[in-house]
Design a protein around this ligand. Structure first.
Ligand code: ATP
Ligand code: MN
Length: 462
């Protein structure tokens, strides 16, 4: 008999028919007359209840059915009398695929902490919580492609291995095939990279933006969606060493167009998740954070505040609040400052613009005041910065001056500067941290819990 996924089984038209389901046992309970098994196959947060009439099965047959075991059951789908469920299966046949030893299966008991499950990342997707989180993650990825596809953007694949350090932050993972125990040396005793795979030092990319700009100044509107790598040794609940970023880049967009797009985009993604992952989000709301759905709806309903950095700093200075990190004009705002503006002062998302040029990347468009650049960071409740973006400096001379001021090696930048030498245009873009969006939509509080296999300092086992 053909298998029906559990997500499809709660269909009233199937009541009365014979079905076949396959999955992993969540619980078994009952007495000597009847046994109830809750089965989950990952297709939905919902379990299907299977009823074993013990006049038709032996104790021996049901003994291997413990939490975590995998089974195949056929039987008749009937309306359920049990509360909270619409249908159940009266078992006819049972096949056991694999057992899960009650002594050694780590998820035998319910109610493990998220910290414990992080240590069992290879199995944690089998829990209700992580099943829900990773279904939401998948739905959001689909929403992102949908949004840009509907808007006529092209999906551009930018390289993961690169010679350039886009953000100038320096926190890159080096890529090499050289034998680290026997490094070839040049005459001046430095490493001889001409013998390395690419003939030059290379690293994993921290952003696809610079290549994205090449795409935007050819195809008009592009977006990237891929992994990025930052060797920042910061053990925060918002940073990973490997994370996924979405980076749209648009020719002929100024900063206002850029902000409009960012706001529309993020609202679309949240609405899409509410519409297409409703059961999972409701589960997370009920289990972890009963303000979650309310918060998601609020963000969709409200216009984001748009505020220059300078005014944001004034508000923080006048707040009378004691922050861990000092606030002054020129300071790179910390998550605590961003969250104060969003959660306490405005009570909705804030797009902060026109940051001091010293704390932003070289490629941002310089304002007339000579002090600030046309940056736009989107700040969110619970998260802080979720998007970083800007209008780009399209003037060749101004860009060159900035590159020289910052001592960025020019020989690495010639290909990027060509966008400004040949047919330069006003253009803008931004980067959304995918895991930060998932944090917001799921209400999880640690970024390690929204990526299947988190990479953080000292953690890359599985
Ligand atoms: P932060 O100040 O929070 O470290 P950033 O200024 O370094 O962020 P950008 O370089 O602007 O961030 O990157 C764009 C987006 O990528 C950020 O808005 C954030 O959502 C996400 N992001 C940046 N670094 C990380 C990281 N280490 N792990 C997960 N997401 C990140
Ligand atoms: Mn950072």
């Amino acid at each position: 008999m053909k298998r029906t996924k559990i997500v499809d089984i709660f269909n009233p038209e199937l009541i009365g028919s014979d079905v076949c389901v396959k999955g992993w046992v969540r619980t078994k309970r009952g007495n000597k007359h009847v046994q109830f098994v809750a089965l989950n196959d990952g297709s939905t947060i919902k379990n299907i209840q299977i009823v074993f009439d013990m006049s038709r099965f032996t104790d021996e047959q049901l003994k291997p059915i413990t939490t975590g075991a995998s089974i195949c059951v056929t039987g008749k789908l009937v309306e359920s009398m049990g509360k909270g469920q619409t249908a159940e299966i009266q078992a006819d046949t049972l096949e056991i695929y694999g057992t899960a030893d009650t002594e050694t299966y780590p998820l035998q008991k319910k109610g493990h902490t998220l910290e414990f499950l992080r240590e069992k990342a290879h199995l944690r997707m089998r829990t209700n919580t992580f099943g829900a989180v990773f279904r939401v993650r998948s739905v959001l990825a689909y929403a992102i492609h949908n949004f840009f596809n509907q808007k006529g953007f092209f999906y551009l694949h930018t390289p993961l291995i690169t010679e350039s350090d886009c953000e100038g932050a320096g926190a890159m993972f080096q890529v090499t095939t050289l034998n680290l125990n026997e490094l070839p040396k040049a005459e001046d005793n430095t490493v001889d990279y001409t013998q390395d795979f690419f003939g030059k030092p290379t690293a994993l990319t921290v952003s696809g933006q610079l290549e994205g700009e090449l795409g935007a100044t050819a195809l008009g509107q592009i977006y990237t969606f891929g992994p990025t790598f930052r060797a920042e040794n910061s053990n925060t609940p918002r940073h990973l060493a490997e994370f996924w970023m979405i980076e749209p880049e648009m020719a002929f967009y100024d900063i206002t167009d850029n902000m409009d797009l960012a706001e529309e985009f993020i609202k679309y993604c949240i609405q899409y998740a509410l519409d297409h992952a409703a059961d999972d989000i409701k589960f997370l709301n009920d289990m972890y954070d009963d303000k979650l759905i309310e918060r998601l709806n609020n963000v969709i309903k409200q216009d984001f505040v748009r505020l220059p950095y300078t005014e944001g700093v004034d508000i923080l200075l006048k707040s009378g609040k004691k922050f861990e990190y000092p606030v002054y004009w020129g300071a790179d705002l910390q998550s605590e400052h961003e969250r104060y503006l969003v959660e306490e002062h405005f009570k909705r998302p804030v797009i902060l613009t026109d940051y001091p040029k010293e704390i932003k990347a070289f490629y941002m468009k310089q304002n007339e005041d000579g002090k600030t650049v046309r940056a736009m960071d989107v700040l969110f409740p619970q998260i802080g910065e979720i998007i970083g973006g800007s209008e780009r400096e399209e003037n060749y001379d101004k860009l060159l001056t900035r590159i020289e001021e910052l001592n960025i090696p020019m020989k690495d930048m010639w290909w990027y500067l060509d966008t400004r030498r040949f047919g330069t245009v006003p253009h803008s873009g931004f980067g959304l941290g995918f895991e930060r969006l998932i944090l917001f939509v799921t209400g999880m509080t640690n970024i390690r819990d929204v990526i299947p296999f988190p990479r953080t300092p000292n953690n890359a086992e599985f």
